[in-house]
Structures are given as structure tokens and as C-alpha cells.
Design a protein around this ligand. Structure first.
Ligand code: 1CP
Length: 346
């Protein structure tokens, strides 16, 4: 069977019709999600295979996007490894015990057979999802070492990740052990998803834009590379994405990605000038246009298609995630609009 065109784009083969999915396409913007989640905590819903599978498929059914993104969270692996973490509604991931000192890092659980077994519900959820999705590909994901470690060190969401960046500078050796632990945690989570049937992966380094290039290359890139290396022997595209990380596009690609996610702060044609020729890109409709007129939304979508026209492959996405108060009909209409466009070179 031929690969779905979204996977082809990620491999550098263009189609006449754009392929599209949205970061955070599942979740609170959908009434059917809110109904299903009622009475179940976010992290419990991630380890109930039937629920995780159904939530993953909901936006594909409704919006006709060209891929599902596995319903989970970047802190699910930490929880399956035995750390105390919850997702507080309206806040985000919160850890019971922040990991701040060398002693805290030494006390992290060993990732042995117990961790492998704790990923069973994830494998089961992926299998159910893939069966339900049919020919629509499933994208698996994990959080990158910097972003996940930031939640562990800060204890929860943070604006400037100061404690994390200070640890990196004051005790680089301890930081390196923490980042290596997260790389193994996230890398094995990615691998489990691919072996269970995911056809592409995305490594989210959402908050890495807080770092300069030198800090990134020294303290982060080797660990992100270790996470991606865990799936490098498998025949799936590897997308790498960060927010406000336009200055890190090249080092993030060099961490072992095969395609780059670009946020809405940089036009795709500019990103393509920076990246090596032939790099497939993903992005980058500004999520803010979802709250404007249809005319403005379609104009932005056309502008993104134009900016990506010379790429070897382009998967349309937002520049960051769908906001919870987005009108779902706006997303459905945007997908139909994109699917009506012809992007064959003139
Ligand atoms: O459709 C999907 O994308 C669903 C799967 C998914 C993904 C890929 C969820 C479900 N979370 C994620 C990744 C994730 N989680 C990232 C990387 C992507 C990004 O940058 O948006 C990050 C940074 C998190 C951490 C997180 N989890 C936050 C952000 C907090 C902060 O620091 O600002 C939040 C709010 C969550 C909770 C969460 N994760 C997912 C959902 C649907 C929710 C909301 C849960 C709820 O409201 O009950």
C-alpha cells in the first residue's frame, strides 16, 4: 500500500494537495473530548487505552486532518516511571517533588523492566488507534530532554526556566545526568509507540527557545540526539519542533531529525534558506488567526502554502497548539480550505 501523502511530504515527496494536522488538535476545543474525559483525570485518561485511542481519533473524524497525534502528554513517561506528577486543570504538569540537586538526580528511578512494562497501556492504546485510523497515519511523540527536565526542575510550568538554566551552568555534570535520564525515558516512549504502529514521530522541545545556540549545542543537543537515536533504526520520519526556536533550527535538525517544525515567528521561506537543501518542513499558521475572520484565516493559510512551496516536503500545521477556546468549526473549515488548494508548481 502506498504511504499516505502526509508521510510522503515528510520524506520529501510533494503532493498536489496539502497535508495538514494541528498540534493539540485533540483536547478541550472538542465537546466530544470534554464529554469523554468527564470524571477522569488527564493522566489517567492517557493510560486507559480505549479512552486514549478514542480521543486521538476524535479530531481526525471531525476535522478530516491527515494524521492523528497520539493522545498523551510529555510527562506521561515520567509518571509511568514512578514519579509523582499530575496535570492541574488550567495550569499544566506539576511534580510532587521538584528535582533540583545532584542528590535528587541520583535518586531518580532506574529505567528497567518495570518501566518497559508500564508502557504496555501506551502500546495497547497505539494499536487500538492505528486499527481505528485505517489509512490515516498516527504520529507518536515525546517531550525533549530540555522541556521535560524543565518541568521536573521548576516543579511546574515556568516563564523563563531560570532554575533549569542555572542548574545547567552551575552543575553541568548533574544536569547532564538528568538530561540523559529524560532522553532515555522519552526515547523509549517514542520507540514503544513506533513499534506498536505509529508511522512518524515528533519530538517536542517546546521551551528550548529560552536557550542560546551555544548553551543548546553544549548542554541539550547531545541528549535530544540520544532520544531521537532510539528510533533512528526504524523507518519513520522524525520531526523536531520548538517554540521561539528559529535560531536553533540547524542544531535541532542536526540532533537527528529528518524534518523540522517551524513556529509562526519565522516564515517558512526564511527557514528554508537557513536549513540544508531538501529538509522537509512543518508549519506554521499563526494560531491567532483562528480568532479572526475567515478571510484573514484563508489569506494566512495561502501565505503559508506559498512560503512552503519550494520545500522538498511541507506538512501544514499551526505555529503552536490549538488554544482550548478555539471554535472547532474554524479548524474543520480550514482543513477543507487547505484540501481544495492545488500546490503543484506552476
Ligand atoms: O492533540 C494533541 O496534541 C494531544 C496530545 C498532547 C500533546 C502532543 C497533549 C495533551 N500534550 C501534548 C504535548 C505537550 N504537553 C507539550 C508539547 C506541545 C506544546 O508545546 O504544546 C507540552 C509543553 C505539554 C505540557 C502541558 N500539558 C501543558 C502546557 C503547560 C505550560 O507549561 O504552559 C498543558 C496545559 C498540559 C495538559 C494537557 N496535555 C494535553 C492536553 C489535552 C492537556 C490539557 C488537559 C486538560 O485540560 O484537561
Amino acid at each position: 500500500m502506498a504511504d499516505a501523502s502526509l508521510l510522503q511530504e515528510l520524506r520529501g515527496v510533494r503532493s498536489a494537495t496539502p497535508s495538514v494536522w494541528f498540534m493539540r488538535q485533540a483536547g478541550r476545543s472538542l465537546p466530544e473530548y470534554r464529554a469523554l474525559r468527564e470524571g477522569t483525570t488527564m493522566l489517567d485518561s492517557c493510560v486507559r487505552p480505549d479512552m486514549a485511542a478514542e480521543i486521538t481519533v476524535q479530531p481526525v473524524r471531525r476535522h478530516r486532518v491527515d494524521a492523528g497525534i497520539f493522545f498523551s502528554d510529555i510527562v506521561v513517561p515520567a509518571r509511568q516511571a514512578g514519579l509523582g506528577v499530575e496535570i492541574r486543570p488550567g495550569v499544566g504538569p506539576v511534580f510532587d517533588h521538584p528535582v533540583r540537586t545532584a542528590a535528587d538526580i541520583d535518586a531518580l528511578p532506574v529505567l528497567g523492566d518495570d518501566y518497559e512494562a508500564a508502557l504496555d497501556p501506551i502500546r495497547e492504546a497505539v494499536r487500538l488507534t492505528v486499527a481505528e485510523l485505517g489509512t490515516t497515519p498516527l504520529i507518536g511523540f515525546a517531550g525533549a530532554p530540555f522541556t521535560v527536565a524543565s518541568y521536573m526542575v521548576e516543579g511546574g510550568p515556568s516563564r523563563d526556566h531560570l532554575r533549569t538554566r542555572a542548574l545547567m551552568r552551575s552543575d553541568p555534570e548533574a544536569w547532564s545526568r538528568l538530561a540523559a535520564w529524560v532522553a532515555e525515558l522519552s526515547g523509549r516512549f517514542l520507540r514503544a509507540q513506533v513499534l506498536a504502529g505509529a508511522s512518524a514521530v515528533q519530538l517536542f522541545d517546546s521551551w528550548v527557545g529560552a536557550l542560546g545556540e551555544e548553551q543548546y549545542r553544549t548542554h541539550v543537543q547531545p541528549h535530544s540526539a540520544a532520544a531521537l537515536a532510539r528510533v533512528a533504526d526504524l523507518p519513520v520520519p522524525r520531526i523536531h519542533f520548538g517554540v521561539g526556536a528559529s535560531h536553533l533550527l540547524t542544531p535541532m535538525l542536526e540532533a537527528g531529525a529528518t524534518a523540522m517544525g517551524v513556529d509562526h515567528r519565522m516564515r517558512l521561506d526564511r527557514a528554508l534558506e537557513i536549513l540544508p537543501e531538501g529538509t522537509p518542513v512543518q508549519g506554521n499558521i499563526d494560531p491567532a488567526v483562528l480568532f479572526t475572520s475567515e478571510q484573514a484565516r484563508f489569506a494566512e493559510a495561502r501565505s503559508v502554502l506559498e512560503a512552503g512551496a519550494t520545500a522538498s516536503g511541507h506538512v501544514v500545521n499551526l505555529g503552536h497548539g490549538v488554544a482550548p477556546d478555539t471554535d472547532p468549526q474554524v479548524l474543520t473549515d480550514l482543513v477543507s480550505f487547505l484540501h481544495e488548494q492545488d500546490v503543484r508548481p506552476a
